[in-house]
Write a protein that binds this ligand. Structure first.
Ligand code: NAD
Ligand code: USQ
Length: 399
C-alpha cells in the first residue's frame, strides 16, 4: 500500500513508519519536526539520543535496503502543499499522528492552550478537507485517545466509540440508537481529540470519508523490533514533566534514584499499551481498511488497565525505589475504575504484550544506560490545571 505517515518523526510515528515499511508498504513521512523544537523550548531532550530525521532514514536504507520518503511540512499551515502531496502520492491510507499530544503542555499557559487547539484541529480538518478535495478513496487512520471517554467510574466495560441509548418519544414509545460516547475531556489536549471526533463524524456522514479512530491508551516502552536494528534508529523516550508519560517516567525516576512522583493518591486507573503493540495495531488498522465504510470505525487501542499507585509499587519493587505522593497538578478524579473493551483489535489478530513481561526491565536498562542525559530538574511536573492546584503544589516540599 502507498501510505502517508503524518507525524512520523514522533514517539509513536517513527516506529510505526519503520514497521509498515518492513512489512512491504511504501511509506512517506510528513512532519514539521515541531516536536524537536518543543524540546528546545522546554530545555529538555529525549532520554535516548535520537538522530535527525534524514539520518534516521539513511540508516533505515543502509540496514534494510528500503527507502522511506520525507516531506517537511506544517500540516496546520500549509494546506496547498498537503493537497499537492495527496495528488502526487495518491495514498491508499494516511496515518495521522501529527498533533500536540501532551496534556500538561496543553495546560501550561493560554498560549499553549491556543497552540494545542489551533494546531490539532487545523491538522485534522486540513487532512479531511484535502482528502475530499483530492477525490481519493483514501482511508484515514487517526491516533485518538482513551481520554475522550473521561475517567468517571461507570458500571460497564467502556464500549468502542459508541453508546446505545434508549429514550421515549412523545407518545411514550421507546426507541434506541447508537451515539458517539459522551465525551468528557480532562485537559485542553484531550479536548482537541474530542473535537477531532466531531470532525470525523461530519466528514464520514457528509462525504463518505473512510475513517478509523484509534482510542489509544498510555504508551509505555520505547524500542520495537525495527528501532533496535541499529543505534541510529533508536526511538525517542520522553521523561520530563510535560511529555513523559506515567510508566516511562516511573522507570526513569527509579533508574536515577528519584522518588516516584505519584500524583494525589495514585487511585487514578488508566489504560496502557506497549509501543510494540502500538505499531502492530496500526498495521492491523491500515491493512483492514477495506472493511471501513459508513460511520467512523472506532477501536480501543489498549491492552490492560492499572492504577497509578500499583504501577509505582511495581516499579519500586523491581528497581528498588521510593514512592512519594505529591500534590496532583491536574484537576482529575482522585480515584476511578476503568474497564475497556478491545474486541476489535483482538479480533483483527492483536496478541497483547502485558506489563508482566521482561519489557519493563528493558526500559529500566535503557534508562540506566542514558542516565547521564537526564535533567533532574525537568522531572517534576510544573504544569498546573488551575490556580488552586498550583498553590497546593508550591507548598509541597519534595523529598
Ligand atoms: P509526538 O509528539 O512524539 O509526535 C507527534 C509528531 O507530530 C511530532 O513528530 C511532531 O513534530 C508532529 N507534528 C505535530 N504537529 C504537526 C504539524 N502541524 N505539522 C506536521 N507535523 C506535526 O507524539 P506521539 O507520542 O508520537 O503521539 C502521536 C499521536 O498518538 C498523537 O496524536 C497522540 O495524541 C496519540 N497518542 C499518543 C499516546 C502516547 O502515550 N504517546 C497515547 C495515546 C494517543
Ligand atoms: N501521573 C502521575 N505521576 C506522574 C505522571 C502522571 O501520577 O509523574 C498520573 C497523572 O496525574 C494521570 C496519569 O498518571 O492521572 C496518566 O498521566 P500520563 O501523563 O501518563 O497520561 P496522559 O496525560 O493521560 O496522556 C498520555 C499521552 C496522551 C494520550 C494519553 C492516553 O501523553 O497523548 O492521549 O496518555 S489516555 O490517558 O488513555 O487518554
Amino acid at each position: 500500500m502507498q501510505l502517508l505517515i503524518l507525524g512520523g518523526d514522533g514517539f509513536c510515528g517513527w516506529p510505526t513508519a519503520l514497521h509498515l515499511s518492513a512489512h512491504g508498504h511504501d511509506v512517506t513521512i510528513v512532519d514539521s519536526c515541531v516536536r524537536r523544537r518543543i524540546d528546545d523550548e522546554l530545555g529538555v531532550r529525549s532520554l535516548t539520543p535520537i538522530r535527525l530525521l534524514p539520518e534516521r532514514l539513511d540508516a533505515w536504507k543502509s540496514v534494510t535496503g528500503r527507502s522511506i520518503d520525507f516531506v517537511e511540512m506544517d500540516l496546520a499551515e500549509d494546506y496547498s502543499a498537503l493537497t499537492d502531496l495527496l495528488a502526487t502520492k495518491r495514498p491508499d491510507a494516511v496515518v495521522h499522528f501529527a498533533e500536540q499530544r501532551a496534556a500538561p503542555y496543553s495546560m501550561k499557559s493560554s498560549a499553549h492552550k491556543r497552540y494545542t487547539i489551533q494546531n490539532n484541529v487545523a491538522v485534522t480538518h486540513n487532512l479531511l478537507a484535502g482528502v475530499v478535495e483530492s477525490g481519493l478513496d483514501c482511508h484515514i487512520v487517526h491516533l485518538g485517545t482513551m481520554g475522550v471517554y473521561g475517567y468517571e467510574s461507570v458500571p460497564m466495560d467502556l464500549p468502542e466509540g459508541y453508546l446505545t441509548v434508549a429514550y421515549p418519544d412523545r407518545t411514550g414509545r421507546n426507541h434506541s440508537r447508537e451515539i458517539l460516547y459522551p465525551t468528557q475531556p480532562g485537559s485542553v489536549y484531550h479536548l482537541s481529540k474530542s473535537l477531532d471526533q466531531l470532525l470525523f463524524q461530519f466528514y464520514a456522514n457528509n462525504d463518505g470519508v473512510r475513517i478509523t479512530d484509534l482510542h489509544q491508551g498510555i504508551v509505555w516502552g520505547t524500542q520495537t523490533d525495527e528501532t533496535e536494528l541499529d543505534l541510529r534508529l533508536v526511538n525517542r523516550f520522553d521523561y520530563d514533566g510535560d511529555y513523559g508519560t506515567v510508566l516511562n517516567r516511573f522507570l526513569v525516576e527509579a533508574a536515577i534514584g528519584h522518588r516516584l512522583t505519584v500524583h494525589g493518591t495514585g487511585g487514578q486507573t488508566r489504560a496502557f499499551i506497549n509501543i510494540r503493540d502500538t505499531v502492530r495495531c496500526i498495521r492491523l488498522a491500515v491493512e483492514s481498511g477495506a472493511e471501513v465504510s459508513g460511520r467512523v470505525r472506532v477501536m480501543n487501542q489498549v491492552t490492560e488497565t492499572h492504577r497509578v499507585i500499583d504501577l509505582a509499587h511495581l516499579v519500586a519493587d523491581l528497581v528498588g525505589a521510593e514512592v512519594e505522593l505529591v500534590p496532583n497538578p491536574r484537576k482529575e478524579a482522585d480515584e476511578n475504575e476503568l474497564r475497556v473493551r478491545n474486541d476489535r483489535l483482538v479480533g483483527l489478530g492483536l496478541e497483547p504484550i502485558y506489563l508482566a513481561t521482561g519489557l519493563l526491565t528493558e526500559s529500566v536498562e535503557i534508562a540506566q544506560k542514558y542516565a547521564d542525559r537526564i535533567e533532574r530538574d525537568r522531572i517534576v511536573s510544573t504544569s498546573y490545571w488551575n490556580r488552586s492546584r498550583r498553590a497546593a503544589a508550591e507548598e509541597h516540599v519534595y523529598g
